[in-house]
Design a protein around this ligand. Structure first.
Ligand code: SAH
Length: 282
């Protein structure tokens, strides 16, 4: 495999034999790739991968494949979506199998929709290969169900990132309506906005002791799980010491017994234990 330091490509008409596969790389554990994703990587001439893609996944690439990192990397200029589109188009000018590899699932907070629209309007064949999205990986590794007949009948995948990575803003979602004790929030991109989320939930009337389970680096060797309550989230989000990619589960299911290690924010212990007694599996 070759890696490329890329320059801004010029746009050209796509070759009619070119195809683009938007492939989900899953949450990190390379064993969680689908067989279809492996086949796509093996067939690819070009692989454009995001930052959250575990590099072990790339071992499925052919030696001749051109690998380009198009993600955001600390300290370096990050790729903008139009530049990624141009890069795809420039490769598609030649008969090529192009894999656009994204963390998790390409159509969950992955800007896959924008890439599909761009490819369709350019007349380029596009195929989607789904991946295991982070919230689902969190559920599997902690053995916390996202839905449960007794504790949660619905689940919302929510982004904690503000528009353009601006200020946190949860006004687009009716959190009061979801405060029925039967709902799970799975919040992506919430590390910076966890405190604001906690406050918004309290303002929306969610019980102060509603359990929150933060899972960082799910499915990876450095996975960390931390339990708190909505109150702690609001008052001292830094106590969770979140740094890596994290999903926050909020709702009664987040108080169910977790498989494996669990850090508990000290002041929550009593309240969470109460919750656990209430919610433990029969
Ligand atoms: N398309 C991806 C989401 C991309 S947005 C998917 O379907 O999973 C990036 C966010 O995904 C991160 O901020 C984090 O909230 C979540 N995420 C991705 N990988 C994760 C992991 N291994 N553990 C926990 N959260 C993860």
């Amino acid at each position: 495999m070759r890696t490329a330091q890329t320059s801004k490509p010029s746009q050209a008409l796509p070759h009619d034999q070119s195809r683009v596969l938007l492939v989900g790389a899953g949450p990190g554990d390379p064993e969680l790739l689908t067989l279809k994703a492996v086949r796509a990587l093996e067939a690819a001439d070009v692989i454009l991968y995001d930052e959250l893609v575990d590099r072990a996944v790339l071992k499925h690439a052919r030696r001749e494949a051109l690998l380009t990192h198009v993600g955001k990397r600390g300290g370096q200029p990050s790729w903008k979506q139009p530049d990624i589109h141009n890069l795809i188009l420039s490769h598609a000018a030649h008969a090529k199998t192009i894999v656009r590899l994204k963390g998790g699932d390409p159509l969950v907070f992955g800007r896959g929709g924008e890439e599909i629209a761009m490819l369709r309007s350019a007349g380029i064949q596009v195929e989607i290969i789904p991946g295991i999205t982070a919230a689902v990986a969190v559920a599997a590794s902690t053995q916390i169900p996202l839905t449960h007949r007794d504790y949660s009948r619905t689940v919302t995948f929510l982004s904690g990132a503000g528009p353009g990575h601006g200020l946190p803003d949860f006004t687009h979602i009716d959190l009061e309506a979801l405060n029925d004790g039967q709902h799970t929030l799975a919040v992506y991109m919430a590390v910076k906005t966890a405190g604001a989320l906690g406050l918004t939930l309290l303002q929306a009337g969610w019980p102060a002791s509603t359990p929150v389970l933060a899972v960082e680096n799910a499915s990876q060797p450095n996975e960390r799980r931390i339990r708190a309550t909505v109150t702690e989230l609001a008052k001292k989000p830094t106590a969770l010491a979140l740094e890596g990619p994290t999903v926050l589960l909020v709702g009664r299911v987040a108080g169910l017994p977790v498989q494996g290690s669990l850090d508990i924010i000290e002041t929550t212990i009593e309240r969470v234990q109460t919750h656990n007694r209430e919610l433990a599996y029969a």
